[in-house]
Design a protein around this ligand. Structure first.
Ligand SMILES: NC(=O)c1ccc[n+]([C@@H]2O[C@H](COP(=O)([O-])OP(=O)(O)OC[C@H]3O[C@@H](n4cnc5c(N)ncnc54)[C@H](OP(=O)(O)O)[C@@H]3O)[C@@H](O)[C@H]2O)c1
Length: 237
């Protein structure tokens, strides 16, 4: 499909758009007339590059490994002078053996998951926040597993802890923003069939992502922090 550039509905800077939910969100936002600046981790061609071929005027691809502070600073420099309605950090990971308990997890895996899922999104947000319009939105992909209140069954312990930490850091960030007009969002998409979600996840990407994007766009213009699922329901902390 080829698409000529008319006036875009808005511009989103989408961090982690090479595959999975991030890629599918990019595709859905393009269908809805948005302009997407999407990041991929490495130099190799990804699904986002395939997508960009169909929307040459509305997709830009940048490179970023969110765990590399120098790369975050370099991206900030490259994007100087730009303005986005939405900054959304989707990039995330899980530990190799999701069944292991927290004490069984290797220090290396613990650090990798926590740095990727909790520390790095906050570094990205702090570094790029001033590129977001004053009434725009800053969002990040959390998970229902980040809810402490809903954790009655345990499991996926390292991953849960990383998303709970992410939620806490977004609350810290929100508390520091005072009365700013920006919307802040922690999105829990549900269990979706992706590489991370695995083949047993009950919901396909194509069924989940239109709702995920509906919920994302519905938060625009609503100042303050929300933690919501893909139906727009508040998730208890
Ligand atoms: N699928 C689910 O059921 C589910 C449920 C709740 C929340 N989530 C969250 O949704 C987000 C996307 O997950 P997914 O299911 O789409 O997983 P996925 O298919 O494994 O995709 C993960 C994405 O994150 C990127 N990424 C990972 N580490 C990165 C890094 N250090 N720097 C930059 N990008 C990095 C990957 O890039 P590469 O291609 O370079 O690896 C890829 O684009 C994650 O935050 C995840 O925790 C997923």
């Amino acid at each position: 499909m080829s698409e000529s550039n008319t006036e875009a509905a808005g511009t989103i800077l989408l961090i982690g758009a090479s595959r999975g939910l991030g890629y599918a969100m990019a595709a859905e936002l393009l269908r809805r007339g948005w302009k997407v600046i999407g990041t991929v981790r490495g130099p190799q061609r990804t699904l986002l590059h395939e997508l960009a071929d169909g929307y040459p005027d509305r997709v830009e691809i940048e490179q970023l490994d969110v765990t590399e502070p120098d790369q975050i600073a370099a991206l900030r420099s490259r994007l100087a002078g730009r303005s986005f309605e939405i900054l959304f950090v989707n990039a995330g990971t899980a530990n190799t053996d999701q069944d292991e308990t927290i004490a069984e997890t290797s220090t290396e895996d613990f650090v990798r998951v926590m740095v990727t899922n909790a520390l790095s999104p906050m570094r990205v947000i702090e570094a790029l926040q001033d590129l977001v319009s004053p009434t725009g939105m800053i969002g990040v992909m959390s998970s229902g597993q980040g809810s402490i209140a809903n954790n009655t069954r345990g499991g996926h312990e390292v991953y849960r802890g990383s998303k709970a930490a992410l939620n806490q850091y977004m609350r810290c960030y929100a508390a520091r923003q005072g009365g700013q007009a920006r919307a802040l969002l922690l999105l829990a998409p549900g269990w979706i069939r992706t590489e991370l979600g695995g083949p047993n996840a009950p919901v396909a990407l194509e069924d989940a992502v239109p709702k995920v994007v509906d919920v994302l766009l519905a938060q625009q213009g609503q100042p303050g922090l929300r933690y919501v699922d893909r139906e727009g329901r508040t998730v208890p902390w």
